[in-house]
Design a binder for this molecule. Structure first.
Ligand code: ATP
Length: 594
């Protein structure tokens, strides 16, 4: 399959923000895609070359790509940089210049190495070259990567060069999210809604949209139904709803529920197969290398050697035998000096779920059944333990357990539904788990996870840094980011230094297509980073776009007096607080105020 077919589709996707149109365009693409290219086409449309959890990194920065374009078109680097400042998108710069200069310069450049013609690139060519780029490491890797990109430019049409450039910069920005692809797949291969549920299940179990697409192309819906858990491949995690009133939680869960401590650490999904252990974080990144102690403990402390469990890794004080705050655990998140950190920051893992054992998926089993299997599988040891738990059926006992959790250094409790229909809902945030945190009980101070979409430069002492950030909630239905507040307080000087350093790498010249904003910040930021904030309350706002027109015409909902709490590097933007959660919180607050 020619890459030009895909890049023409990208152009069409680029020209619309409407989800339905995107779905139609994707179906058109699938109709043109041979079976053997399905996987490639799906990943490339998401700007990736593998499943998300594989952490594949092209390692290209703007400056490197500017140099490649300069070389490709035989123009000075300064001219490319100036054009970039003017246009704001290196993809467009590459397109424009290659159109202008034609392939003559490149043809001459590559005369000795290639006899290929413009427009001859196939999907396989691009795929293999992108993989080569990712796999080129170590000394001299920058120039090797550069040459591979240059080679692709020599065969690319202007439009192809545009999307190749954006891909290697991880700024494809077509606005196509996994759920949109799932919708298109279910219309192509199934009969709509019913098929979508099945495809979504397969996606939640594999965390791999390319795999799902390929299975569909090869074996249709029959193949999808056969997809099952594989140890070593993360399962999208089940999440919890939030509720502020104990009475309402009890009522929602049928008058009786299990309460567990809500430990304040890092969620982990541990996959164990004999001697192989892999650990995945909340956003399914592999974190095994950071926790060799947890790896070892999991290998030795579970009866089964073919098992997937979930729990919370927390910093632990072995002398006083108590939990330590989340911030302490964060010092374990590093690339170097791991062994020292293992010694200086001991951890415990509180297991709260089990998803698979000895060849059998446990996702369909009820929570009480899963808990029983988990309980019977932990051997006596120091690191891997069960989460604390109690069944309650009265608000008094609930409150008592909640206080106990806070006294023990937890954030609050997780209330879990103990009835029969309580399977593990992979990838879903439902009411089978309800979180109730300490901050909910203090007036309206509630915490949210928002995505940074823009920044305003600071004044005075904060000059040169990003002093205030434009934050957005995730609209899961429309798959876009809607602004909800400006965040300028709660940062320490150290935080602010990290904020500027992290965010300036994600600066983009134009408003990303999937960011909906009435405001124009000093800089736009690619919606990637999630920060936890706490707000005093929610109010309607004419300047923010979250839940626009839902409560009042031309008006959104905003968080008042937001304060930064912490970085949530363990979350992806689509795991942030959603617009519908904000609408619910706003409505609940109004009911309470009456
Ligand atoms: P939050 O931002 O509230 O920490 P989250 O958005 O990361 O939560 P939620 O599913 O909303 O995820 O809250 C549940 C989180 O609480 C889990 O992801 C897990 O990390 C943590 N947790 C701590 N203790 C438990 C427990 N006993 N059972 C389930 N989750 C727990």
């Amino acid at each position: 399959m020619k890459y030009s077919i895909l890049s023409d589709i990208f152009k069409k996707l680029d020209s619309t923000t409407k989800r339905l149109e995107m779905i139609e365009i994707l179906i058109e693409l699938f109709n043109k895609t041979p079976i053997e290219n399905f996987r490639h086409v799906i990943y490339l449309t998401s700007g990736k070359i593998g499943a998300d959890y594989k952490n594949l990194d092209f390692g290209f920065a703007d400056k490197m790509v500017i140099k490649v374009i300069a070389k490709a078109v035989g123009k000075p680097v300064k001219q490319i940089s100036d054009l970039y400042k003017q246009i704001g998108d290196l993809g467009e710069v590459a397109e424009l210049l290659i159109k202008e200069t034609g392939q003559q310069h490149l043809g001459a450049f590559f005369q000795t190495t290639t006899s290929k013609q413009k427009n001859s690139l196939t999907i396989e060519d691009v795929w293999n070259n992108l993989h080569k780029i990712v796999n080129t490491e170590g000394k001299g890797s920058a120039s090797k990567k550069t040459n591979i990109l240059l080679g692709m430019f020599s065969e690319a049409s202007p439009n192809e060069a545009k999307y190749i450039t954006r891909t290697v910069l991880t700024q494809l920005r077509l606005g196509v999210k996994d759920l949109t692809i799932i919708e298109a797949l279910s219309r192509k291969f199934g009969d709509g809604k019913e098929a979508r549920v099945k495809i979504e299940r397969a996606y939640n179990v594999t965390s791999d949209i390319g795999e799902v697409g390929e299975v569909l192309a090869r074996n249709g819906m029959e193949g999808i139904e056969k997809i099952t858990i594989q140890v070593g491949r993360p399962i999208r995690m089940m999440a919890a709803q939030r509720m502020a009133s104990i009475e309402e939680i009890l009522e929602k869960l049928g008058g009786e529920c299990a309460l567990e401590f809500k430990y304040d650490g890092e969620r982990v999904q541990g996959h164990i197969l004999n001697d192989d252990v892999s650990l995945y974080s909340r956003n399914l990144n592999e974190i095994s290398s950071m926790y060799p102690d947890v790896e070892k403990a999991l290998k030795n402390s579970l009866k089964s050697k073919d098992i997937i469990v979930e729990g919370e890794i927390t910093a632990w004080d072995p002398v006083d035998e108590k939990l330590k705050p989340f911030q302490i655990l964060m010092s374990r998140k590093r690339k170097y000096g791991i062994n020292e950190a293992v010694q200086s920051i001991p951890v415990k893992v509180f297991l709260f779920d089990i998803l698979y054992i000895d060849g059998e998926s446990l996702l369909e089993k009820s929570y009480p059944q899963r808990r029983k299997i988990l309980e019977s599988n932990i051997l006596d040891n120091d690191i891997i333990v069960l989460s604390s738990r109690k069944i309650v059926s009265s608000p008094v006992l609930f409150e008592e357990y909640f206080e106990n959790a806070i006294e023990n250094g937890c954030e609050g409790i997780m209330a879990k539904d103990t009835r029969d229909e309580t399977q593990y809902q992979a990838g879903n945030r439902g009411f089978l788990w309800i979180k109730h945190k300490f901050d909910y009980s203090e007036s309206f101070a509630d915490s949210y996870d928002f995505i940074v979409v823009g920044g305003f430069y600071g004044k005075g002492r904060r000059k040169g840094t990003l002093g205030t950030l434009l934050m957005a909630a995730f609209n899961a239905e429309e798959e876009r980011f809607e602004t909800v507040c400006k965040l300028g307080s709660g940062f320490t000087d150290e935080d602010l230094a990290k904020v500027t350093e992290d965010l300036m790498k994600l600066k983009v010249e134009q408003r990303p297509k999937d960011v909906i904003s009435k405001m124009t910040p000093d800089v736009w930021i690619q919606p990637t980073k999630v920060y936890e904030i706490q707000g005093a309350d929610l109010s309607t706002s004419p300047i923010h776009t979250c839940a626009l027109d839902e409560i009042k015409k031309d008006t959104g909902i905003a968080i008042r007096f937001p304060r930064f709490i912490r970085f949530r590097d363990d979350k992806n933007p689509d795991q942030a607080t959603t617009t519908s959660e904000i609408i619910n919180a706003y409505k609940n607050q109004r009911t309470k105020n009456r």
